[in-house]
Design a protein around this ligand. Structure first.
Ligand SMILES: Nc1ncnc2c1ncn2[C@@H]1O[C@H](COP(=O)(O)OP(=O)(O)O)[C@@H](O)[C@H]1O
Ligand SMILES: [Mg+2]
Length: 262
């Protein structure tokens, strides 16, 4: 599923992530964000940096095409490639900086010139587990020479990996654990999914309550699994012409998911 096809939900985890980004940006520290796959790290970082829009900009096109200021966060989002050399990393980051600069030039307003001069305030590097030692060194050097905050995002264990590189680790100001959805938050997310299927979730209704418990048990608060489960639920409801989601529907949907659930 492409990220721009998803309705982004503002969860508590996202709000905490935003606070973390704001702190790293303000204090120009290095921050480490880690969490299990599928909890929403990448989507949160893309949303914070507005990278779904900025990432698509063509810096060479007419600047008047950009009608809104996309660059208020002054943040770039970069995904470390599977095979990375310092050169490749540098090219990738420069490309992102170029796009951010293009976004800052929106409209024809002269005031924008000052903003461009301020430049990037935060770099978010996703899939940072992939970074080789030379690339990490390069990143640190870029950070030392620049005047911005840096966030590396990865799986749990990233903070331990980074601790092995004292040069990098000594500059880390914050670390942030990105957690799965809590049960209360799941209710909020599920309400949204119910609505998307044209239903309204009623927790005083036993069938709904049972279905919600079942989804929570199957997905253990993992955002990606919730979305995958619901695409199956939608299919099963359509095939069987059902008008409510029951525990049985959730169970059947779960059986259709080959991996990731047990
Ligand atoms: N805030 C959100 N609102 C809606 N869906 C989300 C949200 N966060 C994550 N998801 C869903 O979970 C999937 C995995 O999110 P992602 O950010 O790629 O996780 P991670 O980077 O932690 O592995 C997304 O593709 C999307 O379907
Ligand atoms: Mg990710």
């Amino acid at each position: 599923m492409k990220t721009n096809e998803i309705d982004f939900l503002v969860t508590k985890q996202y709000r905490l992530f935003v606070e973390f980004c704001t702190a790293c940006r303000r204090d120009k520290y290095i921050g480490i964000c880690y969490g299990p796959p599928g909890v929403g790290k990448t989507l949160s970082a893309r949303n914070y940096s507005r990278w779904n829009d900025i990432g698509q900009l063509d810096p060479f096109s007419e600047k008047s095409l950009y009608t809104t200021d996309l660059s208020d966060k002054k943040t770039i989002f970069y995904t470390a490639p599977v095979s990375n050399s310092p050169k490749r990393l540098d090219d990738g980051l420069n490309d992102c900086l170029f796009k951010l600069r293009a976004a800052m030039f929106y409209g024809d307003d002269n005031d924008n010139q000052d903003k461009v001069n301020d430049g990037c305030e935060l770099m978010i590097v996703d899939e940072a587990d992939r970074l080789s030692l030379p690339s990490l060194e390069h990143l640190r050097d870029k950070y030392d020479q620049g005047n911005f905050g840096l966030i590396v995002v990865g799986m749990p264990g990233l903070e331990k990996k980074m601790a092995r590189y004292p040069q990098f680790y000594s500059r880390v100001g914050f670390s942030h654990a990105y957690n799965p959805l809590s049960d209360e938050e799941m209710e909020f997310v599920l309400r949204h999914h119910w609505e998307k299927l044209g239903l309204s979730l009623r927790l005083d209704d036993f069938t709904d309550k049972e279905a919600v418990s079942s989804v929570i048990r199957v997905t253990t608060g993992n955002f990606r699994l919730v979305n995958r489960l619901f695409s199956q639920i939608k299919r099963i409801m359509a095939i069987n012409d059902l008008s409510s989601i029951s525990k049985e529907v959730v169970e059947s949907a779960r059986r259709c998911l080959v991996i990731g659930v047990n």
